[in-house]
Design a protein around this ligand. Structure first.
Ligand code: BGC
Length: 255
């Protein structure tokens, strides 16, 4: 994968899948803006590793639930690296509850972080690509639950289902302007979002038994697919979702 000369923003880039995406992109030669809202030391560690390996990266504190936060990230990419080639809407939270239990505040929080941020991240990045006249790529980090109902995980499923149509609608709208929009949909990945399951042997075993490939993903296995989607090797891919789930969607129930 060759991403030399490309400048990319990754939201929620300092932890979990986001950090793995940052590492994969930098390893392929991209200059990366690493967004974070907490744990600045994790972003600083990533920057240190990438710079030590001869790459380029910068950490930026920005709340992507506001357009001001998103604009700050894009502005940094342009100021530091001269341009923007891709924007990865990765920031996300998961707060599990059933439809019967969910309250307005919790629902609004999940929608703001997972979906509203992605809508305006896509909008702002697309405006920049069009202004540059270069085209560009938006990657939406979705989930198998964009399409696969999970009882007890209502807000998360609704947000990822919305992201599914964001990718398709924006991809169709922006295709004529050379802007691609693609979702990458992981299944179960060994990240902080799944920490409770991973720590409990019985739960972890149950989860792994429901995955045809019989193991949860390493974050790097998602990061590498995002690097591929951004690269020119995927230049005919838009308005669609790449599932990277070990087959879990066709296994039994989500865990
Ligand atoms: C969720 C995980 C879950 C996996 C498979 C992911 O989107 O974040 O908590 O284990 O889907 O159900």
């Amino acid at each position: 994968m060759d991403l030399h000369g490309k400048s990319v923003v990754v939201t929620g880039g300092n932890s979990g899948i986001g950090a793995a995406i940052v590492r994969s992109l930098a390893a392929a030669g991209a200059a990366v803006v690493i967004d974070y809202v907490s744990r600045p030391e994790d972003a600083a560690d990533l920057v240190k590793d990438i710079v030590a390996a001869g790459g380029r990266a910068i950490g930026v504190e920005a709340d992507v639930t506001t357009t001001a936060g998103i604009d700050k990230l894009i502005g940094t990419a342009v100021d530091e690296f001269g341009r923007l080639d891709a924007f990865v809407n990765n920031a996300g939270v998961e707060m599990r509850h059933s439809l019967l239990d969910v309250d307005e505040e919790t629902f609004a929080k999940v929608m703001a972080v997972n979906l509203t941020s992605a809508v305006f991240g896509t909008q702002r990045a697309a405006k920049r690509f069009i202004q540059q006249g270069t085209g560009g790529v938006v990657v939406n980090v979705s989930s198998v639950h964009e399409d696969w109902p999970m009882p007890g995980n209502l807000s998360y499923c609704v947000s990822k289902g919305g992201m599914r149509m964001l990718t398709r609608t924006a991809g169709v709208e922006l295709g004529p302007q050379g802007v691609r929009v693609v979702s990458v949909a992981p299944g179960a990945v060994d990240t902080p979002i799944n920490a409770a399951t991973m720590k409990d042997d019985a739960l972890r075993q149950k989860l792994e038994n429901s995955i045809p490939l019989r193991t949860v993903a390493e974050p790097s296995e998602i990061g590498d697919v995002v690097a591929f989607v951004i690269s020119d090797a995927a230049k005919y891919m838009t308005a669609t979702t790449v599932f990277v789930d070990g087959g879990i969607m066709h296994g039994s129930v989500g865990l």
